[in-house]
Design a protein around this ligand. Sequence first.
Ligand code: CO8
Length: 375
Amino acid sequence: MRDVVITGTGLYRPPHQITNAELVTAFNDYVDRFNAEHAADIASGQVQALAHSSVEFIEKASGIKNRYVMDKEGVLDPARMYPRIPARPDEQWSLMADMAVDAAKKACEQAGRSPSDIDAVYCAAANMQRAYPAMACEIQAALGAKGYGFDMNVACSSATFAIEQAVNAVRCGSAQCVLVVNPEITSAHLEWRDRDCHFIFGDVCTAVLIEPADTAVASERWTVLGTQLATQYSNNIRNNFGFMNRCEDSAGTERDKTFRQEGRKVFKEVVPMAAAHIEAHLGKLDLAPTAVSRYWLHQANLGMNQLVVKKLVGAEAGTAIAPIILDEWANTASAGSIIAFHEHRADLRPGDVGVICSFGAGYSIGSVVVRKHGT
Ligand code: CO8
């Protein structure tokens, strides 16, 4: 069994940015139009009037201030309220593949590798652009990578779950250089017309390269000390969009075909689960939570992350130990903890230990404990 290291990460930033103020202006415009259009039904009690959103609520409830999206115009058009992303001909690389190639090339550069060194591609995200062929096969071809590829979806935990598969493949010798890539076009499955969730998500793509320690050439390496995955079925975060919709004689555009959640319940149930999961994982590695220099946590809600770290290290969570990126990026599904790892690890010293941890729909929780290589 070989030691396994993370040798590079990459981050693709979408072309458009939406601030809370822009989002709320468009949403409230949509609400006013809806209420005016349905004034008679609202007056007779047949239709419920929609309520305005507010920047203050969003920032207080979530900590989110901004998000990046693949298309801004469609989202902010009060007559549309979802992104406009034209279909591409089959002969052209798909949008998810384009995002993945950008992030993957950056990860390769950091690792001192060429894309042709990659011999396994795991495309792990909360949604895939199509049913088949697997996105991973296309990304593999677009990169000129070797070996094999497959897609996997464990919602917000897709990245950490894929990292465990990559670590195991490298450890057993079935792959030498695995690319885990997380193209998240969350804007396409968010309900931008629902004030309970319209502010939650943003688009991004992250990439992670995983290799055997003894052949890695990167100057900066993170030894994977262990991985731990857990799932527990819950309907509190759900999206019923799928290939059976046509057979159900549904249009596929009903409310349940986009993201829905019982946010309060998720908050209450997932915080203790995530803290207990991390503590148990560290315990197996004979590490106390206070011995960890950094927690790169899933980025769904500021208060959630503060509570998880408070439970672990017993103090108000400073952003120094658990950095926050959701203020700029919003919830980027599986990519959130990887963005935090990508942007907030340069200051750690050799020997320092950190935990990458995702939590989300499923419920699903995945943790990856890493130590910075070197003396
Ligand atoms: N503006 C003003 N008021 C609002 C708004 C708004 N935009 N939205 C709701 N309100 C009102 C509500 O109607 C409610 O009013 P009242 O008290 O009169 O009923 C009041 O504000 C309080 O509402 P909530 O109880 O809903 O507010 P919370 O404080 O619970 O905050 C959150 C809502 C921010 C959603 C919070 O519950 C939360 O973040 N929970 C954590 C859940 C979470 O992390 N979910 C995501 C995890 S899963 C994941 O990350 C990936 C899933 C798969 C990917 C899908 C990609 C699209």
